[in-house]
Write a protein that binds this ligand. Structure first.
Ligand code: URA
Ligand code: CA
Length: 434
């Protein structure tokens, strides 16, 4: 087989066979196919697409390029959740202890943030002492004892995806639905879950700008998962403004604690309940959405979910007293407020600009090597649909400086106010795909 023939075949709109895809990925992983040929292939896929069967074969080939985690020693049905990435997405910190308190085992692998999207591992590391470097055996033992553990992404999983993703990043081939779907699904499947709930974001702050594109991506990921025997559900949720109020690592831990105490922002609570209900159904802890939602509500009102959070933090070396003493989390030197320049209804809070501002404050990484500041970030005081008077505070800035002219200007530009009223928080969940 020759790579040039496979590039030409895809360029001309034909489908590759399973054998051709496996050959290509295997040789690319071993650096026997150079980056320039793989780049040309990625661009051919960008224009010609891939059928569901090819996308599934590509996923399978990337899974087989590295190690796979076996969760067989953990009792029960292991359900994982994945979000395609957003700004201020605090859901995993809430969901993991919440569904665990309802009986679903949580054995989760999470990532770090890059660019303006945050990562669960960074957020958790703002808890003093907390660590995610566990051996596989420690990880499995923790889940069997406490029914919950979270580890960092193993470098041994899906090396083909790592190579290909870096290449796509610099060849304008990231936003191809079959390439995104196979990249995400290969990592999720290699991490060993029996069932996966996908949160596909829609909006200006994420890959999929329209419901139509998000639906295509969700359908393909569900088809790939089912094709390898996983139970799957995808929801399409709104990312046209940041999720919840807090954006930034320690600030999001505080927001997660408040949500587990029943005091969190409404959109974050709603998303956690929708995702959580599907996780409980897939793990066979509940039969209907209604029953699942009642279980989740009870886990919060009884304090069981918060107790699980504390147990989980302690078991991984963290100081669980942060729940009662959040001042023990990293605290920024200055907190200041940004005020509105006119009166009216908030129509937009551009998530990409708010995410960029948080990154510039130090909450996120510009490159994989950047160091981050766990204490800094932003807290929204208003959301889309709210009425504001001129001069009202709409966002708080947590920073090591008393002002940041460039960042403050970016934030002011991210807020769109108009005199016409606009419905609050609606629609937030667009649809379900099963
Ligand atoms: N996230 C991934 O892991 N891969 C993609 O291709 C896009 C988003
Ligand atoms: Ca948030």
């Amino acid at each position: 087989m020759r790579m040039v023939d496979l590039i030409q075949k895809k360029r001309d709109g034909y489908n590759l066979t399973a054998q051709e895809i496996h050959w290509m990925i295997q040789n690319y992983t071993q650096s026997k196919i150079p980056d320039y040929q793989m780049s040309a292939f990625a661009m051919a896929v960008f224009f010609q697409g891939m059928c569901d069967r090819e996308s599934t074969d590509l996923t399978q080939a990337m899974i087989e390029s590295g190690k796979q985690i076996s969760l067989e020693q953990i009792q029960g049905i292991k359900v994982d959740k994945h979000s395609t990435g957003g700004v201020g997405d605090t859901t995993t910190l809430v969901l993991a202890p919440l569904v665990c308190a309802c009986g679903a085992p949580v054995a989760k692998m999470s990532g770090r943030g890059l660019g303006y999207t945050g990562g669960t591992i960074d957020k958790l590391e703002s808890v003093p002492g907390f660590h995610t470097e566990l051996t596989n055996e420690q990880f499995i033992q923790l889940v069997n004892t406490n029914q919950i553990a979270i580890i960092g992404q193993s470098t041994e999983l899906t090396p083909a995806d790592k190579k290909l993703y870096s290449l796509r990043d610099v060849t304008a081939t990231v936003d191809s639905i079959p390439l995104i779907a196979s990249s995400i699904m290969s990592k999720k499947i290699a991490a060993g879950a029996d069932a996966i709930v996908l949160d596909v974001k829609v909006g200006s702050g994420t890959f999929m700008k329209t419901v139509k594109d998000a639906r295509s991506l969700a359908r393909l990921m569900v088809a790939i998962g089912k094709g390898v025997g996983k139970d799957m559900v995808a929801i399409l949720s709104d990312m046209s403004q940041p999720l919840g109020n807090a954006i930034g690592n320690a600030l999001e831990v505080r927001e997660a604690i408040a949500t587990l105490q029943g005091k969190g922002p409404e959109d974050l609570r709603q998303l956690c309940f929708v995702l959580g209900a599907h996780m409980l159904i897939l793990s066979k802890q509940a039969n209907t959405i209604k029953e699942a939602e009642q279980m989740l509500a009870k886990a919060i009102s009884s304090g069981k979910a918060l107790e699980k959070f504390q147990q989980f933090i302690s078991a991984q070396g963290g100081d669980a007293s942060i729940v009662d003493h959040p001042e023990k989390l990293p605290v920024a030197k200055y907190v200041y407020e940004i005020r509105t320049k006119r009166s009216g209804y908030i129509h937009k809070i551009l998530p990409e600009s708010v995410g960029m501002a948080a990154m510039m404050l130090g909450a996120g990484r510009k490159t994989k090597q950047s160091l981050i500041d766990l204490s800094v970030g932003l807290v929204l005081q208003k959301k889309v649909g709210d009425f504001v008077s001129k001069g009202e505070t709409w966002i708080q800035v947590f920073s090591q400086n008393s002002e940041n002219p460039e960042i403050d200007a970016l934030l002011s530009d991210s807020l769109l106010i108009d005199s016409s009223p606009i419905q609050k928080g609606n629609p937030f969940i667009y649809e379900f795909i099963q």
